[in-house]
Every structure is written in structure tokens, then in C-alpha cells.
Design a protein around this ligand. Structure first.
Ligand code: 5RP
Length: 231
């Protein structure tokens, strides 16, 4: 599929998600290229007066920069107990609405924000749908820098193949918004995502992993049908 087709699917699904937001809502703002469009479309709706006001809770520095750029007022988790809706992307979605997230290294804050929402709306293009988690994407694991070696050993003992995530230029590791590192862990098979999510988080030094089990409420899927983007 061409890059342009993927962009069209992302824009279509982002628009459909932004259209579900109502005035007065507290909105979790996800991280990634699809949610970047969501934030832009929410800003458009505020500017046009379709929304009188909303408050955003960003899941990353990237999301907060975009929200400021598009005029979305921000609040923190010190200000609100829960959110009305969270809109976030995913790297894989299985038929039970379980996810792998963290392609943007933001899964720790994403899991906190997304699970505090009355409704967690996932926005993906159709390429993200898989029969089983782990089919195409490794499980991102955020790790304290101090503990990278022991966590790597523990993940190997679980049958995973961990790799330290490097930056685009490969001249240094990716550092999360919390100042930690990310191990991308390929598993041959993930028979029980709920169990693996808990087992990984029990390893000392792990901050959070990108398996999101029983968190998503609604999956919106962008696809191309007869050459046209639709949701
Ligand atoms: C960031 C994420 C993203 O939501 C995920 O990587 C999908 O990104 P994109 O919309 O760019 O495909 O989990 O940590």
C-alpha cells in the first residue's frame, strides 16, 4: 500500500474520532502520526466554533507540543480524576480489541491516560489488524537505564528476543519522556497476552510494557475501498 493511501486512511479515521468529541469533554490526546491528525482536527473544530471548549490530557511531550500548536487547552492528572474520552493509536489490534502500543515510546503515559477514560477510542488504519498479538510488532518495554542488563536477561528467560531501541540515526538509544530506555521484545507466540502483560511488569526495573489488554472500548478502522478512504 502506498504511503499516500496510508496517510488518507489515517486522516479519515482521525476525522471520524475527532467528530465524536463534544463540548466540555476532557480528552486524552494520544501519541503518533494518526493522533497527530486527531489533535489537528480537534483544533480545527475549536477554531470553527463547532466545539466551545475542551481540555486535553497529553500522553507525551509530542502530544503536548501539537496540542499547544492547534490551540487545545491542556490539563494534567492533578487537575482531573478521569477523562470522558481518550483517542489513541496502536501498532497492532487483535480481534479481542487487545493492543500492542509503544511504537512512539509513549506507552507508559498512554496506558495511564487511556485507562482513566470512560471511553478509550483506538484509531488505526487497516494494516494494524492482526489475528494474534505479536504477529508483526515486538512488545515495547520501558526500562530504567540502571536495569537494562538484568531486564534483558529476564526477558530472554521468558522466551523473548529483546533489542534496545535506537534512534533514527542509530547513534544513541531512544530515551522516553520519563528518561528511560525501550527494549523491543519479539515473541514467537503470545498465547496469553493478559498473563504476559503482568509477567513483564513484574520484572524489577520494568516501568511498563506495550501490551494493552482489556483497555480499548472502541476500535475505529480507516481503510481504502474502491480507491476511497472510509471508516
Ligand atoms: C505511541 C503509540 C502509537 O499510538 C502507535 O505507535 C501508532 O502510531 P501511528 O499512529 O503513528 O501508526 O503507541 O507510543
Amino acid at each position: 500500500m502506498s504511503e499516500d493511501a496510508v496517510k488518507q486512511m489515517k486522516q479519515a479515521v482521525a476525522k471520524a474520532a475527532a467528530d465524536r468529541v463534544q463540548s466540555g469533554m476532557i480528552v486524552g490526546l494520544g501519541t503518533g502520526s494518526t493522533t497527530a491528525f486527531v489533535i489537528q482536527f480537534l483544533g480545527d473544530r475549536l477554531r470553527k466554533g463547532e466545539l466551545s471548549h475542551i481540555s486535553g490530557v497529553p500522553t507525551s511531550f509530542q502530544a503536548s507540543v501539537l496540542a499547544k500548536k492547534y490551540g487545545i487547552p491542556l490539563v494534567t492528572l492533578d487537575d482531573v480524576e478521569k477523562l470522558d474520552i481518550a483517542i489513541d493509536g496502536a501498532d497492532e489490534v487483535d480481534p479481542a480489541k487487545n493492543l500492542i502500543k509503544g511504537g512512539g515510546a509513549a506507552h507508559t503515559r498512554e496506558k495511564i491516560v487511556d485507562s482513566l477514560a470512560d471511553q478509550f477510542l483506538v484509531v488505526v488504519d487497516s494494516s494494524k489488524l492482526v489475528p494474534k498479538l505479536g504477529a508483526t510488532f515486538p512488545v515495547p518495554v520501558e526500562v530504567l537505564p540502571f536495569a537494562v542488563a538484568p531486564v534483558t536477561h529476564a526477558l530472554k528467560a521468558l522466551g523473548g528476543q529483546p533489542e534496545l531501541r535506537m534512534g533514527v540515526k542509530k547513534d544513541g538509544p531512544v530515551v522516553t519522556d520519563q528518561g528511560n530506555l525501550v527494549l523491543d521484545v519479539k515473541f514467537e507466540d503470545i498465547p496469553n497476552p493478559a498473563e504476559l502483560e503482568k509477567t513483564i511488569n513484574n520484572i524489577p526495573g520494568v516501568v511498563e510494557n506495550g501490551l494493552f489488554v482489556n483497555v480499548a472500548d472502541v476500535i475505529l478502522i480507516g481503510e481504502i475501498v474502491d480507491g476511497q478512504p472510509r471508516v
